[in-house]
Design a protein around this ligand. Sequence first.
Ligand SMILES: Cc1cc2nc3c(=O)[nH]c(=O)nc-3n(C[C@H](O)[C@H](O)[C@H](O)COP(=O)(O)OP(=O)(O)OC[C@H]3O[C@@H](n4cnc5c(N)ncnc54)[C@H](O)[C@@H]3O)c2cc1C
Length: 289
Amino acid sequence: MSKCDVAIIGAGPYGLSASAHLRTLKGLDVQTFGEPMSFWSRNMPIGMFLRSGWAASHIADPNQSLTLDAYRESSSDYFSSPVPLERFIEYGLWYQRQTVPGLDQRKIIRIEHDAMGFQLFPEEGEAVLARHVVIAVGIGSFAWRPPEFAVLPNSLATHTSEHRDFRRFAGKQVIVIGSGQSALESAALLHEDGAEVEIIARSSQIRWLGGVVSRAIHSGLGPRISKLLYAPTDVGPAVISNSELAQESFDTSRRCAMVDRAPEECAHTPRPDDYVCRPGWRANKCPAR
Ligand SMILES: Cc1cc2nc3c(=O)[nH]c(=O)nc-3n(C[C@H](O)[C@H](O)[C@H](O)COP(=O)(O)OP(=O)(O)OC[C@H]3O[C@@H](n4cnc5c(N)ncnc54)[C@H](O)[C@@H]3O)c2cc1C
């Protein structure tokens, strides 16, 4: 069984950055696992732009030399903010090649802890013994499908993260459930790809992520106050909602969807071709046990 001091599970921005930082510690043997930038390349829609601004989208490295600016300078194609998804994926892979060239792309399917440390079991090959483990697996395993959708087959009601390419919905009627950024952005991309889209949301108000005007106002308040309003990633200010999902129900026999509407109103909203995307994430299980 091979051994290391620290095993990092995850090769997205956080796992790669943690790895780059830990590798600067002399004598520390660090092993990093995971497919680089896989969540970004598999579970985010083609055509997407990053929500975080330029300054909030650098992947931190110990020398502060592997910034988005450095990547853009090294690349032949110019891009600017908002950062196109494909360019951010390339940036992450460029960062990985320089900081974690020996990345082990295997998935870890189980972790056991005993007096010796942590035993990590990859999908294939022998286990690895680590003294410490850093979990940086992101939110990909926590996509949440609310129980209200159990009456619909999986092929009809999908989570936004299941779609990389919305072109298969061209010419279809699609209902997008939710009014968070993922829902609204998916609705726009679905529309651009030729779907007929309706958004259903519980909230009476749509809260857009801070745009140019909002950012200018907040930066005018100075960095201290701005820090209180915006998360460090620049995505925010956060809104916390405690409302229940019980308001939503679906009548598949009529092929219609309703949210907080009287049953008789349902008849007025027939949907011959319903597809439902409902974004949301719940960290209620460990991706590697
Ligand atoms: C539609 C959408 C848009 C977003 N836009 C932005 C944005 O603009 N800016 C921003 O900062 N954030 C954005 N986010 C949030 C972003 O996804 C996370 O903040 C970011 O990906 C977290 O990085 P990470 O390294 O923790 O995880 P991820 O990037 O999700 O990486 C997880 C890594 O873990 C690996 N992994 C998972 N399980 C295992 C396992 N069992 N064994 C081995 N490896 C494993 C994966 O292969 C992958 O390499 C967005 C999220 C969504 C859904």
